[in-house]
Design a protein around this ligand. Structure first.
Ligand SMILES: Cc1cc2nc3c(=O)[nH]c(=O)nc-3n(C[C@H](O)[C@H](O)[C@H](O)COP(=O)(O)OP(=O)(O)OC[C@H]3O[C@@H](n4cnc5c(N)ncnc54)[C@H](O)[C@@H]3O)c2cc1C
Length: 446
């Protein structure tokens, strides 16, 4: 056994801590064997070469992910310090928002409302969009390995959103999990899943349309109930002999707005929606179109099945997750979003571990704070913590458009709700305010 001095032990441990998991394993092997470190062993091809980017014009900030969090971050970093050289890495060719997607299902907005150009966002925000994926990270060398080559950075903000945990539905066999994901996509990640759900509704000829709401702090707590209302509104409008079956792991539809949702279910969709709370799905058979709980089995004709979520797998792959977190969210300082002990690396958006609502306004206001915090650190200063602002207008009726409203901020100490405002009375005024909120956010990002 090789004995190491305390100093060298801590040096090696710190290096392991600062590297992504693949590279940490390589570094650990080096420490154990004394062999030379295979510097680029984890990467090859294009990833091992520098990305095709203009020379650095200032401290380089890499933003990973072009969702609400990353888009806000890229723009806000530039606004906070014009000298920052900002590169946003996002693989998708087009932005499509999750928020408003259920309104689109009920034809309240068009697809053009949801879709936007990353080129426009980058041009207007004065940053660079690199269409690619972050693959690995060497935090000691401050080098981000992407599918389009590596980028050396001063700061990196990682905002990759969420992934689904199909094992939470009893789907341990990858073949069955893939079948469920492809045939009955959750549509809680933007893009193809939403297009697929819209196609399903347009082709639906009648019967049971299954929707589910999982347990945990899932993406957008009111969204499964808003979606149930919008699908039921679509059936009602098109006179489709279909019923939404909403199986909810929770005991009521999003507690603060439960009275408003339950009133909508009862008063607007009695013939079109069946709501079943406290229903924990233990298995899904995507072939026979069955879901089972401990007590019941439900047959469906078509479905969109929302499993429990977890932070995007990238967070775990980079070794940035908290293994004790049930949703494998990032292990960061909860007031500065910095990876512990590393002021150059941050995680924001729905991959964060704080109990904030995983929603767009939260991600937008949070990213503005973190951008100012990074700019302050670059100037050798600190700024006081600011709460994100959660604001949501879930639509419950499509004809005429009527919505509820909830907003909250969070206390610094324990993140308890503060400054809460709730409106459980559905109204056209809330619907109008909600549409104006979304338009304002698109304007802010693009
Ligand atoms: C149906 C629905 C309705 C909603 N309604 C509302 C609402 O009314 N109000 C509200 O406030 N919020 C709402 N939300 C929630 C809101 O849309 C999300 O919370 C928000 O978009 C989260 O932003 P994000 O940037 O963290 O994640 P995302 O928007 O998911 O963005 C993550 C991005 O990271 C990219 N990425 C992933 N891995 C990599 C990688 N390796 N390299 C580079 N990029 C990567 C992905 O391609 C993606 O573009 C709703 C969500 C849904 C699904």
């Amino acid at each position: 056994m090789v004995m190491r001095s305390d100093r060298s032990f801590f040096r090696v441990e710190r290096r392991r801590f600062l590297r992504g998991s693949a590279r940490a394993a390589a570094a650990a092997a080096v420490a154990a064997t004394g062999l030379l470190e295979p510097a680029a062993a984890a990467v090859s091809g294009r990833t091992a070469r520098p990305a095709d980017l203009p020379g650095k014009s200032g401290p380089r900030c890499v933003v990973v992910g072009g969702g609400v969090s990353g888009l806000t971050m890229a723009r806000a970093l530039k606004q906070a310090n014009q000298a920052f050289d900002v590169v946003m890495v996002e693989p998708n060719a087009t932005y499509m928002s999750c928020f408003f997607s259920s309104l689109w299902l009920a034809d309240l907005v068009g697809l053009n409302t949801l879709t936007h150009s990353f080129c426009d966002a980058a041009k207007d925000g004065e940053y660079i969009w690199l269409q690619g994926k972050l693959i690995d990270l060497d935090r000691e060398a401050k080098r981000a390995y992407t599918s389009e080559g590596y980028i050396d950075y001063e700061y990196i903000v990682i905002a990759p959103g969420i992934d689904y945990n199909y094992a939470s539905l009893g789907l341990h066999d990858p073949a069955m999990a893939v079948m469920c994901a492809q045939n009955y996509p959750a549509a809680f990640k933007p893009g193809s899943e939403h297009l697929s759900l819209k196609n399903k509704l347009e082709r639906f000829e009648g019967g049971v349309f299954l929707l589910t709401a999982p347990s945990g702090n899932y993406r957008c707590l009111p969204a499964p109930y808003e979606r149930a209302c919008m699908v039921a509104a679509y059936f009602k409008q098109k006179k489709i002999k279909g019923k939404v079956l909403l199986l909810d792991a929770g005991e009521k539809p999003f507690a603060p707005l439960a009275p408003g949702f339950l009133a909508a279910f009862e008063e607007l969709y009695k013939e079109f929606l069946v709501y079943t709370p406290l229903t924990f799905i233990s298995s899904v058979d995507p072939v026979k179109k069955l879901v089972a709980t401990e007590f019941d089995t439900f047959k469906f004709d078509d479905a969109s099945i929302y499993p429990r979520i977890r932070a995007a797998k990238l967070i775990e792959d980079l070794g940035l997750h908290d293994p004790k977190s049930p949703q494998l969210e990032a292990d960061i300082d909860v007031h500065t979003y910095a990876c512990k002990g590393d002021y150059s690396c941050y995680v924001t958006g729905d991959a964060r571990p704080m109990p904030f609502s995983k929603s767009a306004n939260t991600a937008n206001t949070e990213a503005q704070f973190v951008a100012r915090l990074i700019a302050a650190r670059e100037a050798g200063k600190e700024i006081a913590w600011e709460s994100p602002h959660t604001l949501c207008y879930p639509m419950v009726d499509a004809n005429p458009a009527q919505a509820l409203m909830v907003q909250t901020r969070y206390a610094k100490q324990d993140f308890a709700f503060t400054d809460v405002k709730i409106d459980n009375n559905r109204s056209a005024a809330n619907a109008k305010a909600g549409l104006a909120w979304g338009e304002g956010l698109y304007r802010n990002l693009f």
